[in-house]
Design a protein around this ligand. Structure first.
Ligand code: 5GP
Ligand code: MN
Length: 329
């Protein structure tokens, strides 16, 4: 990565667009909003554009009220992307991860910079910071900010966004992607005034009763455990979600419960939507769920955490999952 080139690009005021993936999660939003804040403080004109809405438990992040949504403000996004001088792609490495916004980014004239930690980055970016060993995109954004010499712009609110990104992508510093560096960055953020339990409470202690009851319902009625293969599966139909007044983000983390079963090697969560099923896959050890998601569920991700989406109903999706478990694991 040639930082002197990026630095010289940023030496005069720029129109900058920061984008992240569909169904933005804590890392996607934390990385995007933190980088936006820093670049704004460095004097640039910055807009964060996301394909669709992010979960409510992230709506405290600094700058989140200025985010532009492609699915609601398509024209504004298109114009913004077309006139941008620099476009950042954060927490994704393939333009199909941003839906129809991807085509507009592809044809934009801006300098394109990807900062990401997923496997198999696409070509088509001018600058690529891709580190699949990084716990989170937020970790890489912290490095990026440091390498540009912009640490002084890391205010407490910016540190909170970065910390939230790292914390959510590492399952609160417990997944195998968590390393000494992850903790070192967390410590640097704390040194700058961040209070860890405050961020933790904002993210994890803001459940609705409905969300908790939906979790209980799913664990009691929908969890299947394939003892022989050590795989846990939860399939949740749309009608059950509706019964509990489902809001985006309400099933976030549900897949992780399966993995807490003693000896469990892999957990799959299937979430039925209007015309499709979304898959969340998690594993421990050597099972590569990125490969499984790519091969069978039209998706991708990381070795131990991946997802996908198929335009089928839940019944067919569960049949497919069981076949994959029987034949492939
Ligand atoms: P989650 O299960 O939390 O939705 O996603 C876990 C991981 O898989 C994330 O790193 C995410 O980027 C990736 N992922 C989720 N859904 C998809 C998808 O439809 N396509 C691809 N390529 N990756 C996905
Ligand atoms: Mn991430």
């Amino acid at each position: 990565m040639n930082y002197s080139e990026i630095k010289s690009q940023l030496s005069s005021k720029r129109e900058i667009v920061i984008t992240t993936h569909k169904s933005p999660d804590g890392d996607a939003m934390g990385s995007s909003l933190a980088l936006a804040q820093v670049l704004k403080d460095a004097g640039h004109n910055v807009n964060v554009m996301v394909p669709d809405v992010f979960p409510k438990f992230l709506n405290w992040m600094e700058g989140c009220d200025q985010v532009i949504y492609f699915d609601q403000q398509e024209d504004e996004c298109s114009i913004g992307i077309q006139k941008a001088e620099m476009i950042f792609s954060l927490d994704y490495n393939q333009l199909d991860r941003v839906g129809p916004m991807g085509k507009i980014i592809e044809s934009a004239e801006a300098i394109k910079i990807m900062i990401d930690h997923h496997l198999f980055p696409d070509k088509g970016f001018d600058y690529v910071i891709s580190d699949t060993s990084a716990s989170s995109c937020a970790e890489l954004v912290f490095d990026f900010i440091s390498n540009l010499g912009f640490e002084s712009f890391l205010k407490q609110s910016t540190c909170e966004s970065l910390y939230a990104g790292i914390m959510t992508d590492t399952g609160s510093f417990r997944f195998s992607s968590t390393g000494a560096k992850t903790h070192r960055i967390a410590a640097e953020l704390i040194d700058r005034g961040l209070i860890p339990n405050v961020v933790h409470e904002k993210i994890y202690d803001t459940n609705s009763i409905n969300k908790l009851r939906l979790t209980g319902f799913a664990l009691e009625n929908k969890l299947e455990y394939f003892e022989e293969k050590k795989v846990a599966v939860i399939g949740l139909e749309l009608s059950s979600k509706n019964r509990f007044g489902y809001q985006k983000g309400d099933t976030e983390g549900l897949v992780n419960y399966g993995l807490t079963i003693d000896g469990c090697r892999m957990a799959i969560f299937l979430s039925e939507e209007l015309n499709c099923v979304k898959f969340s896959l998690r594993s421990k050890g050597e099972i590569d769920v990125n490969l499984v998601a790519r091969k069978f569920f039209n998706g991708g991700g990381h070795k131990n955490a991946a997802g996908g989406k198929l335009d089928i109903n839940l019944k067919s999706a569960l049949e497919l999952v069981k076949k994959v478990i029987q034949d492939e694991l």
